[in-house]
Write a protein that binds this ligand. Sequence first.
Ligand code: SF4
Length: 428
Amino acid sequence: MTAPRAARRDSAPGNDLPVVARERGQRHVFCGLAGIVWLHRKIQDAFFLVIGSRTCAHLLQSAAGVMIFAEPRFATAILQERDLAGLADCNQELDRVVGEVLDRRPDLGTLFLVGSCPSEVIKLDLAKAAERLSVVYRGRVRIIDYSASGLETTFTQGEDACLKALVPELPPLPQGERSLLVVGTLPDVVEDQFGRLFAELGISPVSFLPPRHTADFPPLGSGTSVLLAQPFLGESARACLARGARLLSAPYPFGIEGTLGWLRAAADDWGVSPAVFDAAMAPAVARAERGLAHQRAMLAGKRISFLPDSQLEIPLARFLHRECGMELVEVATPYLDRQLMMDELALLPSGVRLTEGQDLDRQLDRVRSDRPDITVCGLGLANPLEAEGLRTKWSIELVFTPVHGFDQAADLAELFARPLRRDALLRI
Ligand code: SF4
């Protein structure tokens, strides 16, 4: 999409925080529909019904192509030309499709009606549709709407919109009780690892949003402390705050340092002593350090550029620089939410080239002139850059792969080391 060009430089609040250059121009990003791929894997009794066009259906099918053998829990109700021209009653058709889905899948706990660019263009009111259908299917299935439209978003915002839509559904936490709520989709294996670490620290009760089953919606209230597992969940965080919860400030759990800082934020909130914290963390930290050493040998001194895509760029850059010894050439992010990123910004090296937003042509010019050892970018840019002899890493892979926590720190580094290793082999 295109917007007026502008670039300006802005100092981050605080003395030592990096300067941010802002760019506005042509962007190259996936839309929020991509989030359905990892959300539907996580919420095992949810179905995602996209109300969109053939383009939406193609995007979803290609993004989720790896799961072709599983019975999918997502589909696209395709708007036809008559719908787009306002000649048909889309609501009637939507009710029919929802009825079909629910007849075929009586096991569903939640049905998401997912808005797209076409449904927004024809102003199909999915909130009203969800309300109407909720009355019809009350007691049988929960029906929730959210928008994954790609007009002004980036692909991880689909998860933010989905989780924000779940927040009003969470039951109230009884007065006087407290809880820790981890917000952000984590693979089950990672969620279990964190669950064990919280238990060792004596932090309880801990719940996760989204849950694995929608019958297990976690409670939320003024006694809830929220810890974000992903840096792109600003709207969901603000929806939790509006319900009285508190947001814990922390770096994100990527790498040893980020994971330690993230868990420490919860431990401090619960009054866990530093000695208990250190003792509980020591075995996992030692394991992670052993795993990272091998990857660090490959990554140290290598130069990396991030193009703005996933909103994971800043925490990953911090990890790759501070724990793997990589040189940050440019760190670009689609949006910079200073409140959510404060702890991460403070850990970036001074003088780092930090960019918010995108002007694609100018950014590609910079990549060509910088010629970093590796460029992290969207799928559509990777092949052209590879053809120019630049090594790339798909940013979407960083959302699909288990990369959070101590036990995944080496795997996360390996994702960046692999293209360099392959390149080294090809050069022999
Ligand atoms: S929601 Fe919009 S950007 Fe996404 S696939 Fe559909 S038409 Fe394209």
